[in-house]
Design a protein around this ligand. Structure first.
Ligand SMILES: O=C(O)C(=O)[C@H](O)CO
Ligand SMILES: [Mg+2]
Length: 265
């Protein structure tokens, strides 16, 4: 059975953040994900989860200076100490919120980066992810990496599925897994079902959105019922994060999720 998690950084923005948990539960979601928990204490977030009966399924490591345009530090040479601290902080929240997985954003490569710069980013990325996975394993958690499309996030270091597969293999830690965002994969490569099939054993989390506008899954070029059917055949039992910007009111746009227990208004 597909289990749907509401991305509270994008959905239910009609409500203040802490009220989004109840709105998501009332709409039929059973889990939540969001970008970052760090603006709130673990106790505050745990109270919101307990009051709504929702499970925390994913969030991101501290990303560097997000407001300044940074998108993670995992591949950034010279920021290793900051990355290690971000792992410690993220795992502190993951344990407190009983969250099984955290996403380590790779970061951006400089404009006009040459091959030696890319190689330095790759080496830093592999070493940092190996550290993060080993720290997470001590606490029974997983670390995820996600290829992100370079139209939305120019110069993001991890952008294609084969690059992610090569990193997972090189790091070689079983709890370092793939965050498969179908929206990004459709934009960069397409061939979604075959990528799901080929990479299935490495997938720790899936995210969905309509393409190209990133609205509801039933708005755009991807026929998600076929994707969901293939996931069912493959025996996917982890979470599907609904990481999209509603075209209108969040609750009104949930009709696509009726087969999975969502309750549109
Ligand atoms: O951008 C995405 O799709 C993600 O899932 C990142 O975690 C947040 O930018
Ligand atoms: Mg995503």
């Amino acid at each position: 059975m597909i289990r749907l998690a509401a991305n509270l950084s994008m959905l239910f923005t009609e409500h203040d953040f802490l009220e989004r948990f109840a709105a998501a539960a009332d709409a039929g979601f059973s889990g939540v994900e969001y970008l970052f928990p760090y603006a709130y204490s673990p106790d505050t977030l745990r109270s919101a989860l307990e009051a709504s009966g929702l499970q925390q399924v994913l969030f991101n490591l501290p990303p560097g200076d997000w407001e300044a345009g940074e998108r993670g530090v995992a591949s950034l040479p010279g920021r290793e100490a900051e990355f290690r601290d971000s792992v410690t902080e993220a795992l502190r929240y993951a344990v407190a919120l009983d969250c099984p997985r955290v996403h380590a954003m790779a970061g951006l490569i400089p404009e006009g980066a040459d091959e030696s710069t890319r190689q330095a980013h790759h080496a830093t990325y592999v070493a940092n992810l190996r550290f993060a996975a080993r720290e997470a394993a001590k606490l029974g958690r997983e670390v995820l990496i996600e290829p992100i499309n370079t139209r939305d996030m120019p110069r993001y270091f991890l952008s294609h599925q084969d690059q992610a597969m090569a990193v997972l293999q090189e790091v070689g830690e079983p709890n370092l897994r793939l965050q498969f965002d179908l929206y990004h994969c459709q934009i960069m490569e397409g061939d979604l079902v075959r990528h799901l099939e080929c990479q299935f054993e490495h997938i720790g989390h899936i995210q969905i959105a309509g393409v190209p506008e990133r609205h509801e899954p039933d708005v755009g070029e991807v026929h998600y019922p076929a994707v969901f059917e293939r996931l069912k055949e493959l025996g996917y039992v982890d979470w599907v994060g609904c990481e999209y910007r509603p075209a209108g009111n969040t609750r009104a746009g949930l009709a696509w999720g009726r087969p999975f227990g969502l309750r549109p208004e």
